[in-house]
Write a protein that binds this ligand. Structure first.
Ligand code: NCD
Length: 319
């Protein structure tokens, strides 16, 4: 797990939900819960990370994730910098040289997104112990804060994880979100985790992650409490993995009608960005079961929780 947890069981980096002890997953959710009060107030700040510097390093585009990391850091009173990596890296400097320079400016935390799987762990391994690394998405591998904000949203609506049936629908093959969700759901003791997708959009080793595989949408959605829809990640697809978007929608698109077999109180989630009429019908995305915008809001409290847990126990700053 690339040393994300120290000998005392504290979170030093947040790179993956895989193998994370249940107690720590629950502590993230509980800490996030305590921050939701802060977000609702008119003065939205607490001084926990005053004097600390957080640097956002997004080598791949993002709106939701980058913005909510920035808001989370600001609400904890940290100083936040968004480094324009596209211009910085055209000068031939290596990634590590660039990071060592930022480290020399006394940064306390790097929030890293990169198209290459393993980048966040690589950065955590190669920097001195003074900088914490948060993975904001690495290739197809992991997106742990997204998974935790999804867990937070599920817990707020459904309470305990044990009785829940959760279905993740769509492009599992290219999805770092799905992998992190599966590890988090299993770590938190979810009753049953299902994946629903055509064969071409499922990784081969998927069953070893502890999920039930469905190729038929209706069978997979039957009696579920939570439906998580995923975007078709076309930018990661090689060649023709799918006939057409219309045909995909016919077989795997989430519509009100198809949700008829799920539990009557089932909620529908999506990490965004959504493609209306491809993986989800607008009537569902904007309908009463959708908690998609709540997920975005919850992203702030969950990222505040992770940042304060990771930096709170370290020396330096005033927090
Ligand atoms: C996801 C991502 O970038 O991994 N989005 C997000 O972070 N909210 C999913 C996606 O791009 O489809």
């Amino acid at each position: 797990m690339s040393g994300q947890i120290d000998e005392q069981g504290r979170l030093r980096h947040f790179l993956t939900t895989e193998g994370m002890p249940r107690q720590l997953l629950e502590r993230i959710l509980d800490t996030a819960e305590s921050f939701t009060g802060v977000i609702g107030k008119s003065v939205k700040k607490v001084p926990l990370l005053r004097g600390r510097t957080v640097i956002n390093l997004f080598f791949e585009s993002s709106t939701r994730t980058r913005t909510t990391f920035e808001l989370a850091a600001k609400r904890l009173s940290a100083d936040v910098l968004n480094v324009n990596v596209a211009t910085t890296t055209t000068k031939g400097e290596s990634l590590l040289d660039m990071l060592h320079n930022l480290e020399a400016m006394q940064a306390d935390m790097f929030v890293v997104r990169h198209a290459e799987s393993g980048t966040a762990a690589y950065v955590a391994e190669h920097l001195g112990g003074n900088v914490a690394v948060l993975n904001a998405g690495d290739g197809r591998h992991a997106h742990p804060t997204q998974a935790m904000l999804d867990m937070f949203t599920i817990r707020r609506h459904k309470g305990a994880f044990e009785p829940l049936r959760v279905a993740i629908v769509g492009d599992i093959l290219h999805s770092r979100v799905a992998r992190s969700q599966i590890h988090a759901l299993n770590g938190l003791g979810a009753g049953e985790v299902r994946v629903i997708a055509p064969r071409t959009l499922l990784p081969r080793e998927i069953e070893s992650l502890g999920v039930h595989v469905y190729h038929d949408l209706e069978a997979g959605l039957r009696d579920v409490d939570v439906v998580i829809t995923l975007r078709l990640q076309r930018e990661r697809m090689q060649g023709a993995m799918l006939p057409s978007e219309q045909e995909y929608f016919q077989h795997y698109g989430i519509t009100e009608e198809r949700l008829g077999v799920a539990r009557p109180d089932a909620v529908v989630m999506h990490p965004g960005p959504i493609n209306r009429g491809v993986e989800i019908d607008s009537a569902v995305a904007d309908g009463p079961r959708s908690v998609i915008l709540e997920q975005v809001t919850n992203g702030i409290a969950v990222r505040m929780a992770v940042m304060s847990m990771v930096l709170g126990g370290r020396d330096g700053g005033e927090g």
